[in-house]
Every structure is written in C-alpha cells, then in structure tokens.
Ligand binder design. Structure first.
Ligand code: ADP
Ligand code: MG
Length: 442
C-alpha cells in the first residue's frame, strides 16, 4: 500500500524532493483508520504536514475505500537535533569518555581528516606516530587555535593504534580530566591507583595541555608520569592551544621535555581545504549541497573548522525545517550570525578597551595601569573577558600584555568571574550584550 502511495507522489515532485523527503519515510502500522508512518526526525513531520499530508491521506483513503488519517512518529526528538547543532565536540568527547574506558572517540579517524597545506605536517607526524608508536616522534606536540583538528588527530591516532595493535594500552584524556582525576585521587586516597593507571600505559594522548597552567601540584605529577612513560619509550602525544615556549608558568624542565620530540602546528585551512572539508562532511552526513553553496560557505567561514561544520548542520536543519531550498541566497541568510562572529577578527583589543572606557567613563590609560580600585578593575575585567571572547587572541598571555602585563591567571580569573556573573545576573548579561553589539557594529 505504501509503495502505491510513494509511486503516486513520485509523479508530482522533483527527484530531489523525492529522495530527500519521501524515501526515508517508513510505514509502521495501519490500525482502524489510522496509518502510522515513521519519519527520521521532526523536520520530516513538519514537511509532510505542510506539503503532503492531505495528498497522502487522499491516496490512502481512495485505495482503502474509507477515510484514512495519517499519524507521524519521529525517530528522533527535536531536542536531539538542536543539541546536535549546539553541541561542541568537547561535549561529545565527554559523553564518549563516559561510555568508553580508553575514552577514544570512535568518530575521529584519519580517513575523515582532510589534509591540506595548513595541516599536512601535523597530519603526517600523527600518522607516523600511529604507525610506529614510541619509535620516532616522541613526544609529539600538536598546537593550533581552536577548532582546527587537534582533538580529531589525537583520537585518530588512538583509533589507529587500537586497531593495528590492540594489545597496546592507549588512553585519550583531556588535561582537565587528568587534573580532576589527580585531585580526586588525593582526596579519596587513591593516589597509587592513579599513578599505576597512568604509568602502565603504552600510549598517552593528552588534550589541551594548556589546562596545566596554574595547576602546580598536578603539573608536578604530570612531569613525573611524563618522565616515566618517556623513559620506558612509551608514546606520548600532547595538544595545546599554543606552542611550548608560550606555556608560561609551566616549568622550564617540562617545556624542554616537550621540545625533545617533534612540534607541529596547524594553521587555519585555505579555501581549497575548506571546500574539501565541507564536501567530506556533507558526504558523511549524507546531505546534498550544491557546489556554489559550498563555495559560498567556504569563502566566508575562514578561521575555524568547527564553525564550518556547525554551519553545515545549521543550514541542513534550517532548510529541512522550513522547506527552503539550499541556494547561495538562502544560505547567506541562514548563516548571518555565524558569519558575523567569524568576522570577529576585525575586532581588536583596542576597540574593546575604547568601548569599555566610553561606557564606564574611565581612562584607557587606567585600564592598562596597575590600579586596582573597583572603579577601574571591574571594567578592566569585563574588557579582558570581551577580548578573550570577541577577538582572535586565544592566548591569554597576549591579552594580559594588552592590559598592563597581567598574567594568565589574572586573565582567566577575570573571564570566569564575568562569565559567571553574566550567567547569574540577567541585567548584567543584557548590559554586556549591549556593549558587544556596540563593538560589533563599529
Ligand atoms: P581542536 O581540538 O583543535 O579545537 P577539533 O579536533 O575538535 O579541533 O576539530 C573541530 C571539528 O573540526 C571536529 O569535528 C573535527 O572533526 C573537524 N576537523 C578539524 N580538522 C579537520 C580536517 N582537516 N578534516 C576534517 N574535519 C576536520
Ligand atoms: Mg580540542
């Protein structure tokens, strides 16, 4: 019966619509006069309700000789989709880590990693390490700005080793988790367990090492574990948001250990690579995106691969939800917000300092001074927070420099303080957002 319906629909819609919207629908049950269809997600329900429901009911009623009503059941809740759009990979990493002991995320493989000039070296080193762990490139130190593939490469190494040499004990861990585990092991008197766990590894993949900054006791433990593994010729791979020499506040002896191995950075991808990445992701998600649309997105979103991915998810969700076809124009509208934030590189720390000094009526000089009166230090903290969120300066050291040579901890303290005040105080939140708008519109 369902076959009959879709054959009928096929005649009246374009092949694209048919493939996208009709083929994935599955007939479930027919009871009394209710015909239930299973659709992949709520966007399908929306689309059918507004485009095909009457038609389908008509066809069914005619074939059965009685009035048939359509009921749609979706496999996936809309909240799941929204979550998918909003989820940062970091969050998924955490979920994956709960599910798996080695905490390696199976979704990241070398096969899904697009190689271009910006990441060729880092990728090559990672593959070499995966094929010969503990042999040549040890430790491997990868660094880049946010969203450029460090976590992906670390997990790809892990997945490769797991497959090729399952007997090796490999562990992926974020530095944050390492620190938490360490602190808890002290609190719950499990320190020897902690130590033996890490010292028994064959390959340690540790992500976002910059988290060690300002964590002295954990740093000490990390150093010991590092030496231990290293002396046993176990593979260590480290990622960081900055090169070793900029890990100020981490002991020289640890940094020089990092420098014994090989250091590879990842730069923002060039246009060709961005296009290749979009194609690959679209293929993985099984969505069709016209070439001119891909080019359009790749031209505008430059700095961050996570944003490229996010934009892809967003346009597919949006287009499915509203039934808007994917054209250069429609996509431009859908991506307005993302593109605006991607242009944030035009916002400089000076812009922010100027805006804050106008708004709070203080002197820019004071913002860069050592003065600590509330009247100055609070606006200064806001400015540091904005500098960290609105500009490309992902290194807190640069930000600290711009505010009279303040250190990393001070900048992070300011950012956390402002962030939590924004979370808890809606008026403050509104005020900050107003300032942000003002800065962005300049
Ligand atoms: P980082 O850890 O450097 O912040 P991630 O590894 O989390 O960045 O990458 C962000 C997203 O971009 C991930 O979903 C990842 O799969 C994707 N990505 C990054 N680089 C590439 C690449 N070269 N090819 C394909 N996908 C990539
Ligand atoms: Mg990462």
């Amino acid at each position: 019966l369902w076959q009959k319906v879709i054959n009928n629909i096929k005649l009246s819609v374009t092949p694209e619509t048919y493939n996208l919207w009709i083929l994935p629908i599955k007939p479930l049950t027919i009871e009394d006069n209710i015909f239930t269809l299973e659709v992949p997600n709520i966007y399908f329900s929306q689309w059918i309700t507004s485009n095909q429901q009457k038609n389908i009911e008509q066809i069914l009623s005619n074939s059965c000789g009685q009035q048939i009503v359509l009921k749609l059941k979706s496999q996936q809740d809309i909240s799941d989709i929204i979550k998918k759009v909003e989820d940062t990979p970091d969050h998924e990493d955490i979920q994956a880590s709960i599910m798996q002991k080695d905490q390696i995320n199976p979704k990241y493989a070398f096969s899904g990693f697009v190689v271009g000039a910006s990441n060729r070296f880092a990728h090559g080193c990672s593959e070499a390490v995966a094929k010969n762990p503990g042999k040549q490139f040890n430790p491997l130190f990868l660094y880049s700005g946010v969203g450029l593939g460090k976590t992906h490469l670390l997990n790809a190494i892990g997945n490769y080793i797991k497959q090729s040499t399952p007997k090796l004990k490999t562990l992926y861990v974020t530095c944050e988790k390492f620190v938490t585990e360490f602190i808890e092991s002290i609190r719950f008197d499990k320190i020897s367990f902690f130590k033996s766990k890490y010292r028994s590894l064959d390959c340690l993949l540790i992500d976002d090492i910059q988290f060690l900054l300002g964590k002295e006791s954990s740093r000490e433990e990390f150093f010991h574990m590092f030496n231990n593994l290293f002396n046993l010729k176990k593979q260590i791979v480290i990622s960081s948001d900055r090169p070793p020499k900029e890990l100020k506040g981490v002991e020289e002896r640890l940094i020089s250990r990092f420098e014994w191995g090989i250091i590879a950075d990842i730069q923002p991808p060039d246009l060709e690579t961005r296009i290749a990445i979009l194609r690959k992701k679209a293929e993985e998600e099984k969505i069709y995106i016209p070439d001119d649309v891909i080019l359009n997105i790749a031209t505008q979103i430059k700095s961050n691969i996570r944003q490229l991915e996010g934009s892809l998810l967003r346009i597919t969700a949006f287009s499915a939800f509203t039934g808007t076809p994917l054209t250069v124009d429609s996509v431009q509208k859908m991506l307005k917000d993302i593109i605006k934030t991607d242009n944030s590189k035009h916002i400089t720390i000076e812009n922010i300092q100027k805006a804050i000094s106008d708004d709070f009526n203080i002197d820019i000089k004071d913002m860069k001074s050592k003065r600590r009166t509330d009247a100055v230090s609070f606006p200064r903290q806001i400015a540091m927070y904005l500098a960290r969120t609105l500009t490309d300066e992902f290194s807190s050291n640069t930000i600290g420099e711009a505010f009279g040579g303040r250190d990393y901890a001070t900048v992070m303290y300011a950012c956390n303080k402002i962030k939590s005040k924004m979370d808890s105080d809606p008026y403050f939140n509104a005020k900050i957002n107003k300032i942000i708008k003002k800065i962005q519109s300049k």
